[in-house]
Design a protein around this ligand. Structure first.
Ligand SMILES: Cc1cc2nc3c(=O)[nH]c(=O)nc-3n(C[C@H](O)[C@H](O)[C@H](O)COP(=O)(O)OP(=O)(O)OC[C@H]3O[C@@H](n4cnc5c(N)ncnc54)[C@H](O)[C@@H]3O)c2cc1C
Length: 397
C-alpha cells in the first residue's frame, strides 16, 4: 500500500507527517519482527527505546515532561500506521502510551507527572492499565473486587487483575481499586503501582490465539502497599478517570483496527493478482472481485466514521467523557471498526484459500488477532448498550 493521503480526509500536513514517520519506521524496522513475535510469543522489549527515539512515544505528553505536546489524534494515527505493519507491537504501544500514560497526562498531579512522564517518553518505562478482573469484565466498575484500604501514608491493595496487556512486562501500572465498597462504582480510586512495590506480582503470562508477542497477564495484589502520593485524582473519583479514558481508548482502538484491516485488504489484493487457477489470476473472477469491493467499501465507511470521531475527541477536556455524545460516538466508531475488521479478515482468509488457514501466513496471524477487536475495551454488546443508552436518553430528554 502506498501511504494514504490524509489531507483528503481533512487532516493537515502535520498529521500526514506524523503518520508517514510512524508508517516508514514500522515498515522498515517492525514488520520483520512480527513472525517471531507470533511464533514464539516473543516481546521485543528493547523496541520501546527505539520507538521513543523516533518520537513515536509520549506524543501527547507536554514538552516540559519530555513529550511532543501533540493531541490524541496524533497518537491515533501512529496506532493505525504501526498496526498496519506490526499489530502486536502496536497493541503494546497502545496499552502503555494511551491506556496508562495518556490517562496520567490527563489526570495525574504535578508531582506524579514529574516522576513518571519523562520515563515513558524516553522508552525506559513501559505501562499497563489494570481494570478487568476474573469476576469483573463488562461490569468492570460494579463487580470490581480489588480493594484499597487507607493505612497512614499508604493504601493497601488486595485483589487480582486479569487479561492485562503489558502486565507481565510493565514497570508502571495504572490500577483501579475500591476505596469504598459500599459506594460500588462511586467508591473506586485510581493508583500508580510500580512493579517493585511489595505485594505486587504477576501470577501468569496468558497464552493467546492472537496478539501474540503482546504479553497479557494476570496480576496479584497481596497487601500491596501504594503511597497515598500515588493515588491519581481524588479518592472515590476513579470512575471519572476510567470512563473518560475508555472513550479515548475506544477511538484509538478503532484507528488500530483500520490499520489492521487495510493490511488484510492489501494482502488479499496481492494474492488475488498472483494466485492463478483455471489459467487466470483469481482476481479475474467476479466473485473474488465482489469480496474485494465489499472489503474496500466497508473499510472506507468505518474509516470515515473513525477519523471523524478522532477529530471530535482530540480536545476532550480533562474529566470529560463517559457520557453524552463522546461516549456514544466513540463506542460507535469502535463498534463499526471492530466488526468491519473481522469481516474484512474473514474474506481475506477466504481469498487466500488453504494458505489462509495455514498458521504461518501473515493473513492467518491477522485473522487470529482481529477477534479481540470485538471483545476488549468493552465488547461489541457493551458498545451497543452504550450507544442505545445514549440514544434513548436523548429521545426521552
Ligand atoms: C487480549 C486482551 C487484552 C486485554 N487488555 C486489557 C487491559 O490492558 N486492561 C484491562 O483492564 N482489560 C483488558 N482486557 C479485558 C477486556 O477489556 C475484557 O475482556 C472485556 O471487557 C470483556 O470482559 P470479559 O472478558 O470478562 O467478558 P464478560 O464480561 O464475561 O462477557 C462475556 C460475554 O457476555 C456479554 N455481555 C456481558 N454483559 C452484557 C450485557 N449487559 N449485555 C449484553 N451482553 C453482555 C459480552 O459482550 C460477552 O460477549 C483485555 C482482554 C483481552 C482479550
Amino acid at each position: 500500500m502506498s501511504i494514504p493521503n490524509l489531507t483528503a480526509f481533512g487532516f493537515d500536513a502535520d498529521y500526514q507527517a506524523i503518520f508517514d514517520t510512524a508508517y516508514r519506521y514500522a515498515r522498515d524496522e517492525l514488520y520483520d519482527l512480527g513472525k517471531r513475535m507470533d511464533d514464539e510469543d516473543w516481546f521485543p522489549e528493547a523496541e520501546f527505546r527505539q520507538l521513543a527515539a523516533q518520537g513515536l512515544l509520549g506524543v501527547t505528553v507536554p514538552a516540559e515532561y519530555g513529550g511532543a505536546g501533540l493531541d490524541v489524534l496524533a497518537q491515533c494515527l501512529i496506532a493505525e500506521a504501526v498496526a498496519y505493519w506490526n499489530h502486536s507491537l502496536a497493541a503494546g504501544m497502545l496499552a502503555s502510551d494511551n491506556l496508562c500514560l495518556h490517562n496520567l497526562v490527563r489526570n495525574a498531579d504535578e508531582d506524579q507527572k514529574r516522576r513518571y512522564l519523562p520515563g515513558f517518553c524516553d522508552g525506559s518505562l513501559i505501562g499497563a492499565l489494570g481494570m478487568t478482573e476474573p469476576g469483573a469484565g463488562s461490569d468492570a466498575l460494579g463487580s470490581m473486587a480489588t480493594t484499597a484500604r487507607r493505612d497512614g501514608d499508604s493504601y493497601v491493595l488486595n485483589g487480582r487483575k486479569l487479561f492485562i496487556t503489558n502486565g507481565p512486562v510493565a514497570d508502571v501500572l495504572l490500577v483501579y481499586a475500591k476505596t469504598d465498597v459500599a459506594k460500588r462504582q462511586h467508591g473506586i480510586s485510581a493508583f500508580i503501582v510500580e512493579k517493585t512495590f511489595p505485594g505486587f506480582s504477576v501470577a501468569q503470562k496468558l497464552d493467546k490465539m492472537g496478539w501474540r508477542g503482546s504479553p497479557t497477564g494476570e496480576l496479584v495484589f497481596d497487601d500491596c502497599r501504594v503511597p497515598v502520593a500515588n493515588r491519581v485524582g481524588e479518592e472515590n473519583r476513579g470512575n471519572v478517570v476510567m470512563m473518560s479514558g475508555l472513550d479515548i481508548e475506544r477511538v484509538i482502538a478503532a484507528f488500530f483496527h483500520i490499520g489492521l484491516a487495510q493490511r488484510a485488504l492489501d494482502l488479499a489484493l496481492d494474492y488475488a493478482t498472483q494466485r492463478k487457477q483455471f489459467g487466470r489470476a483469481i482476481g479475474d473472477f467476479q466473485l473474488i472481485q465482489g469480496m474485494l469491493s465489499d472489503m474496500y467499501t466497508e473499510l472506507e465507511a468505518a474509516r470515515a466514521l473513525t477519523y471523524q470521531v478522532g477529530r471530535e475527541i482530540m480536545d476532550l477536556p480533562e474529566g470529560e467523557g463517559g457520557r453524552g455524545a463522546v461516549h456514544k460516538r466513540s463506542a460507535a466508531a469502535f463498534l463499526a471498526a471492530g466488526r468491519m475488521c473481522m469481516r474484512v479478515l474473514d474474506r481475506a482468509v477466504q481469498i487466500h484459500g488453504g494458505m489462509g488457514f495455514m498458521r504461518e501466513t501473515e493473513v492467518n496471524r491477522l485473522y487470529r488477532s482481529g477477534k479481540v477487536g470485538e471483545i476488549a475495551a468493552g465488547s461489541n454488546e457493551i458498545r451497543q448498550v452504550i450507544i442505545a443508552g445514549e440514544l434513548l436518553k436523548g429521545a426521552a430528554g
